[in-house]
Design a protein around this ligand. Structure first.
Ligand SMILES: [Zn+2]
Ligand SMILES: [Zn+2]
Length: 160
């Protein structure tokens, strides 16, 4: 059953780097990615361990049963990815409430700063998370959201 263990661990690692990397890196700054990735990786490692244990437990099963168990494991992975993405988005949004992003160089820093520590440019008054507050109904959407989850208004946070 080694192949299954490798597939599960590899799948989680790939899903992690694809999901965290692409989605969050595009939407928010490097600092958010750095803050989110260790927690998400820890979570993914724990999930991989429990899936590996489940795979070990079914290693003695017949082929037919093993196939059913693989399907169950795959379904579990899909649920795990959904949970991981949701947890990462919520965490990124919380972190972003204390972050500003430099409009000149893209560097992220804490919200108490007025000038970019990397290039000295004047920073905006608003935090990264503020760009995902709906201008129409006021809902704080998760960072990276394109349209308000409550009313559908286009959000200013993601550049075209
Ligand atoms: Zn800068
Ligand atoms: Zn709205």
């Amino acid at each position: 059953m080694g192949f299954l263990k490798n597939a599960i661990s590899g799948g989680i690692s790939k899903g992690l780097s694809d999901g965290i990397g692409k989605g969050l890196r595009d939407a928010v700054g490097k600092a958010v990615e750095k803050a989110v990735t260790p927690a998400a990786e820890n979570w993914a490692n724990q999930t991989a361990n429990s899936l590996n244990q489940a795979a070990d437990a079914t290693a003695q099963a017949t082929n037919a049963t093993a196939a059913a168990q693989q399907n169950a494991a795959a379904a579990g992975m899909n649920g795990a990815f959904a949970n991981l993405q949701s947890a990462a988005e919520n965490y990124a949004t919380a972190v972003s409430m204390n972050l500003k992003q430099c409009p000149a160089c893209g560097e992220s820093c804490t919200a108490d700063r007025q000038f970019c520590p990397a290039c000295g440019a004047k920073l905006p008054e608003t935090t990264v998370a503020a760009a995902f507050v709906c201008p129409s109904c006021g809902k704080q959407n998760t960072v990276g959201t394109g349209f308000c989850a409550a009313c559908g208004t286009k959000l200013p946070g993601v550049e075209d």
